[in-house]
Design a protein around this ligand. Structure first.
Ligand code: M6R
Length: 368
C-alpha cells in the first residue's frame, strides 16, 4: 500500500532513511569492525582475490561505478565495472582469483543472471548484492549481501539504489579489514559516517520543498544535462536516467572533465544543467568542478548546483542551489541521489505521467 503517497516511488523515496538504517543493521560492531557473516567465502580465499569485476544493468550499474571508487581506494584491488550484457558476450579474463560482484535489486535480471552463470563456469567466485530474498541471482551465487530495502514496487529504482551503495561500501570495508589494507580506526571512521546517513537523508526529505519548486520551472525543458566528477559522475548518470525513464525527456550525464572534449558544444542559453559538486577537500576535485560550472554558466546555461551546505565558492555560480549534507567524498552519492530522485518524480507528476509504471518499461527485465 502507498501509505497516503500518490506514487509508490514517492513512498519509496521517503523510506530511504529507514532502508539505509536496515542495510547497516547488525553489520558492524560497536567498535566499528565489519561483520558480514553472509559472505560465505573464506578469509583465505578473499585474500587471494587479485581482481574484482562488478556487473549490473541500469541504475545498479551506476551503483557499481560508485563502488569502484570506494573499493579500489580502500582495498587496492583492481576493480572493473561492466554492463552485464557486455561482459557476458566479450571474452572476459576470469580466473579462480577473480571476484565477480553482481548487483541486482530484483535478483531476476536475465542479462546479469547469464553473466554470473558464465563467470561461475570459468571458476570465478560470484557475490550477489541483491534486494530480493531467495531470487534467482543470489541462489546461483557463492555468497550474497542482501540490501534489506524492503519491496521496491516503483519501476524507477530509488531505495534499491541507495541501499546497493551501502552494501558496496560494506563490502569494500570488509575486504579492507580482511586483507589489512586499512587500519581499524580508518574503517571505524567510515562506519561512523555511514551510521549518520539515515539522519542526513531524513533532513533532506524534510527540507525538500525547493526541489518541487524547481520542477515547476523546468516543466517545459526539452533537454537536461547532468555533470559530475569522481563518485559524482555515476550520480550524474543516474540523475539523467531517472529523468529519461519518468519524464521522457532527453537527458544525459557526463563526467565534468569531459566537457571540453565535446559536450560543451551542447551548452546554449537557458539549458538546464545539474552539477554535482564534490565536497571541499584536500584534492582538486572540488575546484575543478567549480571551474566547469563557471564555464557553462558563461555560455548561458541554467546551473542547478548540488553542493555541500556552506560551500561559498560555488554559490555565486548557481542559479539554483540544492544544499547537501556534509559527508565524505565517497559517501556523497547517497545524499546527492535524493534531490535528483525527487526532481524526476515531481517533474513526471507535473507532466501527468504514470510515475510507477513508465511507458515501455518493466520492473524486472527477465529476458536478455
Ligand atoms: O533488478 P536490477 O537491479 O537487476 O535491475 C537493473 C535495471 O533494469 C534497473 O536498475 C533499471 O535501470 C531501473 N528501472 C532504473 O530505475
Amino acid at each position: 500500500e502507498k501509505d497516503g503517497y500518490d506514487w509508490f516511488m514517492r513512498k519509496e523515496i521517503h523510506e530511504q532513511p529507514r532502508a539505509v538504517a536496515d542495510a547497516l543493521l547488525g553489520r558492524h560492531t560497536e567498535s566499528g569492525a565489519l561483520k558480514l557473516d553472509e559472505v560465505r567465502i573464506s578469509d583465505e580465499d578473499l585474500r587471494e582475490i587479485d581482481k574484482i569485476i562488478i556487473i549490473a544493468c541500469g541504475t545498479s550499474n551506476y551503483a557499481a561505478m560508485v563502488a569502484k571508487y570506494a573499493i579500489e581506494h580502500w582495498t587496492r584491488i583492481a576493480c572493473e565495472v561492466e554492463l552485464s550484457h557486455e561482459f557476458r558476450y566479450r571474452d572476459p579474463i576470469l580466473t579462480r582469483n577473480t571476484l565477480v560482484v553482481a548487483i541486482s535489486q530484483s535478483g531476476e535480471t536475465a542479462d546479469t543472471l547469464m553473466a554470473i552463470r558464465y563467470a561461475r563456469e570459468q571458476k570465478s567466485k560470484v557475490l550477489a548484492i541483491c534486494n530480493t530474498n531467495g531470487s534467482t541471482i543470489p541462489r546461483e551465487s557463492d555468497a550474497v549481501i542482501y540490501t534489506h530495502a524492503g519491496p521496491e514496487i516503483g519501476v524507477a529504482s530509488t531505495k534499491g539504489f541507495v541501499t546497493q551503495l551501502i552494501a558496496c561500501y560494506l563490502l569494500g570495508l570488509f575486504l579492507a579489514q580482511v586483507r589489512g589494507t586499512r587500519f581499524g580506526d580508518e574503517i571505524r571512521d567510515v562506519v561512523e559516517e555511514l551510521a549518520k546517513l539515515p539522519g542526513h537523508l531524513q533532513r533532506q526529505l524534510d527540507e525538500s520543498a525547493s526541489v518541487l519548486d524547481l520542477a515547476k520551472t523546468l516543466a517545459d525543458a526539452k533537454s537536461v544535462l547532468f555533470l559530475g566528477r569522481h563518485a559524482g559522475f555515476p550520480v550524474a548518470l543516474e540523475g539523467a536516467l531517472k529523468l529519461k525513464e519518468l519524464a521522457y525527456i532527453h537527458a544525459e550525464g557526463f563526467a565534468a572533465g569531459e566537457l571540453k572534449h565535446g559536450p560543451i558544444a551542447l551548452i546554449e542559453q537557458d539549458l538546464p544543467v545539474f552539477c554535482v559538486v564534490p565536497p571541499r577537500g584536500r584534492d582538486q576535485l572540488h575546484d575543478k568542478m567549480v571551474s566547469a560550472i563557471q564555464e557553462i554558466r558563461a555560455r548561458g546555461a541554467r546551473t542547478i548546483v548540488l553542493a555541500e551546505e556552506g560551500d561559498d565558492d560555488v554559490a555565486p555560480y548557481a542559479d539554483v542551489l540544492l544544499p547537501l549534507p556534509v559527508v565524505p567524498t565517497l559517501l556523497q552519492p547517497v545524499v546527492a541521489a535524493i534531490p535528483l530522485q525527487l526532481f524526476a518524480c515531481e517533474l513526471a507528476t507535473l507532466m501527468g505521467h504514470d510515475v510507477d509504471q513508465p511507458r515501455n518499461l518493466a520492473k524486472s527485465v527477465t529476458v536478455e
